[in-house]
Design a protein around this ligand. Structure first.
Ligand code: NAP
Length: 340
């Protein structure tokens, strides 16, 4: 016996990837419902070798469904996730709406699987921001060995992090550079994204940081350790899929770069590719469609007492969203619901 699973936002970037990953990992599904807005009513989406017809979230009855993987924005989540949860269907949510609620667990299964049992308070589990998820997979095993004091991270985030509209904007603007008659002014992004980089993701906060940067700080603390200090600069770059991060880590204890590489090699969800030669590192186009978070360029930072630098790359639609949500569903099945 398997699960009755709902994918909410099934026509979007993350929702489509959720359907792919549920099929790829052979998640024990008895029945699957694909939901989106009324705009997409009847749109067909693929689930393995099956084709599903999209239903309207607004009129869907969640009674009798085991779990719902939500990948819609915060507004639709706010309207519908509590209804699903109240109907007894466990919500695994990709939006930022519930991540900072102390009564809702925020989970990266490689880091804090024990938090799963907290789901029962509200019948909701939160999935972290894409840039946080890949970073904490690397930080957690290093923290367990040498206790992290402070992290300084700069991100290079792909346009798919802004949904399908973000991908269309990069595509159209890139074409327009060669054909100025089809000019495409910025809409999803604040400035031209083609052949450019933009140091601004999400809204500005009072202290001058952006919400995306604040999310990396708050979520790292909730998932790994409240004592870790994080400072982030988040930048949008003209890459379709795959987020990259340059991470500087200061530890309480000394950690040799070779030992750090060995620890990361042994850690779940991580692939170390780190040869000190041209091309001996991973770039975002190479991580697309992969489950792993890739670590390269591990090296001592000799400007501080116990410091390391590393380069971290992952498919933001996978580890940053859909894969992590499916891993949470697997954890929920294994530890709590115990079907399948
Ligand atoms: N992309 C990432 O890397 C990433 C990472 C982590 C978290 N997230 C989060 O995941 C969520 C989805 O992101 P995405 O990138 O997949 O966005 P997307 O490509 O723009 O897709 C949005 C999906 O939500 C549906 N939707 C929007 N409003 C709706 C409503 N009122 N009722 C029902 N369905 C509605 C859309 O359906 P229609 O096609 O019918 O409009 C579509 O299926 C967002 O909360 C985002 O912040 C994304």
């Amino acid at each position: 016996m398997g699960y009755r699973v709902v994918v909410v936002g099934a026509t979007g970037n993350v929702g489509r990837e959720m359907l792919n990953i549920l099929a790829e990992r052979q998640f024990p599904v008895d029945e699957l419902a694909a939901l989106a807005s009324r705009r997409s009513l009847g749109t067909e989406v693929s689930f393995g070798d099956k084709t599903l017809t999209t239903q309207d979230l607004a009129t869907f009855d969640f009674t009798g469904w085991d779990m719902a993987l939500f990948a819609v924005g915060s507004a639709a989540t706010k309207d519908f996730a509590p209804k699903a949860a109240a109907a007894g269907c466990v919500v695994i949510d990709n939006s930022s709406l519930y991540r900072y609620d102390p009564d809702i667990p925020l989970i990266v299964p490689e880091c804090n699987p024990q938090a799963i049992h907290g789901y029962a308070k509200k019948n909701i589990i939160a999935n972290p921001n894409c840039s946080t998820a890949q970073m904490v997979v690397a930080l957690k095993p290093l923290h367990d060995r040498a206790k992290i004091k402070r992290v300084v991270v700069s991100t290079y985030q792909s346009v798919s992090g802004a949904g399908k509209d973000g991908m269309d904007e990069l595509w159209d603007q890139t074409k327009a550079v060669y054909n100025p008659t089809s000019e495409r002014p910025p809409k999803t992004f604040q400035k031209q994204i083609a052949f450019n980089v933009i140091p601004h993701i999400d809204t500005f906060m009072e202290d001058g940081s952006t919400k995306e940067e604040w999310k990396m700080v708050a979520e790292t603390k909730k998932i790994v350790d409240t004592a870790i200090k994080v400072t982030a600069t988040c930048v949008r770059v003209p890459v379709f899929v795959g987020h990259s991060e340059a991470v500087n880590i200061e530890f309480e204890e000394f950690l040799d770069e070779d030992e750090a590489r060995d620890i990361l090699r042994e850690s779940p969800g991580i692939m170390v590719i780190d040869k000190r030669e041209p091309g001996g590192y991973v770039t975002p186009v190479e991580c697309v469609g992969d489950f792993a978070t890739f670590i390269s360029r591990v090296r001592q930072d000799s400007t501080i007492e116990n410091g390391l630098n590393l380069w971290c790359v992952s498919d933001n639609l996978r580890k940053g969203a859909a894969l992590n949500a499916v891993q949470i569903a697997e954890l929920l099945g294994r530890e709590v619901l115990k079907k399948g």
